[in-house]
Design a protein around this ligand. Structure first.
Ligand code: 9MR
Length: 370
């Protein structure tokens, strides 16, 4: 049987045979395969969301910080670090024995402009930028040594055109800057998993450059150990056969693979496909916000099937997959409520706004039990 037919069959069977399955949580069902994570926002980290707390306790054994360890939050001004929420995040992980993830060290977005500005006006020199990055990595990675188990070192360096993204990091520092970022992170915490994380690398064009990037990093001596496939999907894009191929392709390079930011947008998205480019913004239109009062049953089932297929593919590759992380806990907090169109009612995650598990949860658990 063709892989695609087999996976769809498995996912559909999981959806149909769900009711009695949900004993324990997602993390229990997948305990022999990989850890299951959720990204937490500041409120969840600080203990202000009891609904999310209960869901995380039951279903997840790994956490990622949705925004609080990004440069603009953790070092908003030169050598002015803000550790209040990051410390609480790491303490939460330690207390609950979660596999705690660090996100993110080098990214073109959510990095304040001063980082790229020279002391004497104009853009920073390569030396200035490298010095700032080195200080940032040793300070942040060093502070959480042994506690943060996996760092997203380099994020989204390949553009949707399949070429290296012309970010200030790349334009000023060249590829050497990314190599050094991995080396410094390794020096600061030799035991940490070090990840290159990107979206849409299932797309063959973008994947080709992402694979070439990993090869170049390794050849240049970067201690990269893992590739993060973000997994920002819609109900139709991408064809999940591409996910299966992408995992196989990266595994051949000798790196581990994590699905780092999984969510499945069910809302209409004109002409965008599966991008996660935060720079994209479209205008509000009530026709593009169809599920304000809840998700119709047929869409709910389609969502469950698609989630089940993603997990069936990951299970097939469990020897190389370390983690599958959902990019949020409940639909109340998914970034899709505001992107690519503001003020919408999104339904991308596994738990609805009231904290109820969707049929997708039982479907995913059933995949592990087959
Ligand atoms: O989910 C994050 C959202 O709250 C922020 O507003 C946004 C700003 O850039 O970043 C979102 O997370 C992104 C992640 O850090 C990197 N990959 C794409 C994610 C979705 O945009």
């Amino acid at each position: 049987m063709k892989l695609k037919t087999m996976l769809i069959g498995l996912a559909a069977a999981a959806v149909i045979s769900t009711p009695a399955m949900a004993v324990g949580g997602l993390k229990d069902a997948y305990k022999d395969a990989f850890v299951i994570g959720a990204a937490l926002n500041s409120g969840e980290i600080m203990g202000n969301n009891k609904l999310a707390d209960a869901i995380v306790a039951k279903h997840f054994n790994s956490i990622s910080p949705e925004n609080d360890l990004k440069w603009e939050n953790i070092q908003p001004g030169p050598e002015r670090y803000n550790f209040t929420v990051p410390d609480a995040y790491v303490a939460l992980g330690e207390k609950n024995h979660f596999y705690t993830v660090g996100h993110v060290l080098v990214w073109h977005s959510q990095t304040p402009s001063w980082v790229f500005e020279g002391k004497n006006g104009g853009p920073a020199t390569k030396e200035e930028l490298l010095a700032r990055l080195k200080d940032h990595i040793f300070t942040v990675v060093g502070r959480y040594k042994g506690k943060i188990k996996s760092w997203d070192v380099v994020n989204e360096v390949v553009g949707d055109d399949g070429k290296m993204r012309q970010s200030p990091w790349y334009k000023i520092g060249g590829e050497e800057l990314f190599v050094k970022a991995f080396q410094w992170a390794h020096e600061a915490d030799p035991a940490a998993e070090l990840t290159y994380n990107d979206y849409n690398i299932e797309n063959p064009n973008k994947r080709a450059e992402a694979l070439a990037f990993v090869k170049r990093m390794k050849a240049a001596g970067a201690p990269i150990t893992q590739v993060g496939i973000q997994g920002h999907y819609t109900l139709d894009v991408p064809d999940l056969k591409l996910l299966d191929d992408t995992i196989s392709d990266f595994a051949k390079l000798g790196v581990k693979i994590a699905i780092t930011e999984l969510d499945i947008d069910v809302l209409p998205r004109p002409n965008l496909g599966a991008t996660a480019d935060v720079a994209v913004h479209l205008a509000e239109d009530p026709k593009l916000n169809p599920y304000v009062h809840g998700l119709p049953e047929a869409v709910q089932q389609k969502l469950a099937e698609r989630y089940a297929t993603v997990f069936a593919i990951c299970l097939k590759h469990k020897d190389v997959i370390t983690r599958v992380t959902l990019w949020g806990v409940t639909d109340a907090d998914t970034w899709h409520n505001g992107w690519p169109i503001p003020n919408r009612t999104a339904h991308s995650l596994l738990f609805d706004r009231a904290g109820n598990a969707k049929p997708a949860v039982d479907a995913i658990i059933a995949v592990a039990q087959h």
